[in-house]
Design a protein around this ligand. Structure first.
Ligand SMILES: Nc1nc2c(ncn2[C@@H]2O[C@H](COP(=O)(O)OP(=O)(O)OP(=O)(O)O)[C@@H](O)[C@H]2O)c(=O)[nH]1
Ligand SMILES: [Mg+2]
Length: 242
């Protein structure tokens, strides 16, 4: 199957070269870096490292959507990951494999699985948010998939993503995908992944109090909006994480 990797990046000139440099080119067909308004050399560094660079309106979700729209029409699997070098591309086969084998539609990394995270790579607030959101989703969708994390590193079957009618333009994009995947009855799995501190540059979310607060508010809004709007999940969807 053809695979497109999509990386939203905002001012990641210090990390994007490392991230694109780690791409497993034998497994993927293209790497798209979506630059939305960087004021540094993100686009140039990404292009030099071998990525196709596109631009998009501001916002994490907008960047992801633009990446989807720009992906090769023949790509059947889309992989999303951050541009700060925190995600470990060696796990890409673990994410893509279950989709290629026709077993799953959405495979997410979980940083809270069996691997040790690099110390300092996740703040306590992020670990708590993952647990809290997972618990709320379990209460709302008792028969739905039990998420342990909201990791951005994930792979999805393109035709499945098309059925989700994603709307979020902000950092709520990841969670919206997770909720809609339950409601739509996608076959979901989580696989444990390593997670590192960002390679370089400045945090846009977790390391910035205002941005963290904004992201938290957005996550709660998405939780309320998408899960209240949504019908019950398809019965029998009880996939467990591995
Ligand atoms: N396109 C786009 N990308 C963004 C935007 N904000 C953040 N990003 C990217 O989204 C990814 C996640 O942002 P990070 O700053 O790493 O957030 P974080 O993982 O909570 O923080 P760290 O702990 O520093 O890694 C990175 O690749 C950013 O460059 C945005 O508005 N637009
Ligand atoms: Mg990060």
């Amino acid at each position: 199957m053809r695979v497109s990797v999509i990386i939203p990046a905002l001012n990641e000139a210090d990390s994007i070269g490392f991230t694109v440099g780690e791409m497993p080119w034998s497994l993927i067909d293209e790497c798209i870096v979506v630059d939305n308004g960087s004021t540094d050399a993100t686009a140039e560094v990404a292009r030099t490292a071998g990525a196709r660079v596109i631009t998009a309106p501001r916002g994490y979700g907008s960047a992801c959507m633009a990446g989807v729209a720009a992906a090769l029409p023949t790509s059947e699997v889309l992989v999303f990951m951050d541009g700060d070098g925190a995600d470990v591309t060696a796990h890409m086969p673990d994410l893509v494999g279950p989709i290629e084998r026709g077993e799953k539609d959405l495979v997410l990394g979980t940083r809270l699985g069996r691997y040790q995270r690099e110390p300092g790579s996740m703040l306590f607030s992020q670990v708590f948010a993952a647990w809290f959101v997972g618990t709320l989703l379990r209460l709302r969708f008792p028969r739905g998939f039990r998420y342990t994390d909201m990791c951005a590193f994930r792979a999805i079957r393109r035709t499945s993503l098309d059925t989700l009618s994603m709307q979020e333009r902000t950092f709520g994009w990841n969670l919206e995908m997770q909720i809609r995947a339950i409601v739509t009855g996608l076959r979901i799995a989580e696989v444990p992944v390593h997670y590192r501190c960002r390679h370089g540059g400045v945090s846009k979310v977790s390391g910035n109090f205002r941005a963290s607060l904004k992201a938290a508010v957005r996550i709660v809004q998405v939780l309320l909006r998408v899960s209240v709007q949504s019908r019950r999940p398809v019965p029998g969807q009880t996939t467990t994480s591995r």
